[in-house]
Design a protein around this ligand. Structure first.
Ligand SMILES: CC(C)(COP(=O)(O)OP(=O)(O)OC[C@H]1O[C@@H](n2cnc3c(N)ncnc32)[C@H](O)[C@@H]1OP(=O)(O)O)[C@@H](O)C(=O)NCCC(=O)NCCS
Length: 169
């Protein structure tokens, strides 16, 4: 599990370290804070990890600049090997309760579920991947998409909400 204190410092460092340099140092920092980081992972400037869930970054994956992982306690994001999460994308695992008049911001309750970004797939620039979604292996999520449901492997999807565009097979 991620340490909230350590990840605070790691987020500050990731803000100032250069885009494509210091990759091993960035990986070490993230491991220190409790993130599982594989080999040859590329982490660009300004990546942010919020919350104390779990985060796994598989071998050779690419995390673009200013990507945000929002990890509720008890949830997990798995970025499988060779996957790309494009710049300014946000991956979210939780949500507060939806009630007509209950507490929202102050509520510490809610739901959360695992997000899986499949092997070799590409989540393009400025996408939002919502809780519980699996983005299938080798698929492509078009720029600016909001992914509300699972994406089949080897497909291209896009839009808000993301819809099938074409098959890659
Ligand atoms: C999704 C994407 C890969 C599709 O490329 P493509 O297969 O060549 O698709 P086309 O350009 O032929 O478009 C096919 C259809 O999808 C639509 N489409 C393309 N990109 C889209 C997107 N991002 N969101 C919604 N719809 C999209 C097109 O309008 C077209 O619709 P139509 O058939 O109704 O006219 C590409 O448009 C894209 O978003 N690339 C990401 C670029 C990026 O972020 N690069 C950095 C990555 S780290």
């Amino acid at each position: 599990m991620i340490s909230s204190k350590k990840i605070y410092w790691v987020n500050l460092f990731l803000e100032i370290l250069p885009n494509s340099g210091c990759q091993q140092f960035k990986a070490r920092l993230l491991r220190w804070a409790g993130v599982q980081v594989g080999k040859r992972v590329e982490i660009f400037q300004g990546v942010k990890v919020q919350g104390i869930g779990e985060l796994e970054l598989g071998d050779g994956c690419f995390i673009g600049h200013e990507v945000m992982f929002m990890l509720n306690a008890g949830s997990r994001v798995i970025v499988e090997p060779e996957a790309i999460v494009g710049s300014r994308s946000t991956v979210i695992t939780g949500f507060h309760p939806i009630t007509p008049d209950g507490p929202r911001v102050l509520s510490r309750e809610g739901t959360c579920s695992t997000v899986r970004i499949g092997r070799g797939c590409s989540v393009s620039t400025q996408c939002i991947v919502l809780p519980g979604v699996t983005v299938g292996e080798m698929s492509i999520v078009g720029a600016g998409a909001t992914v509300t449901k699972d994406v089949e492997p080897y497909t291209v999807v896009g839009g808000c909400p993301a819809k099938f565009i074409r098959s890659l097979k």
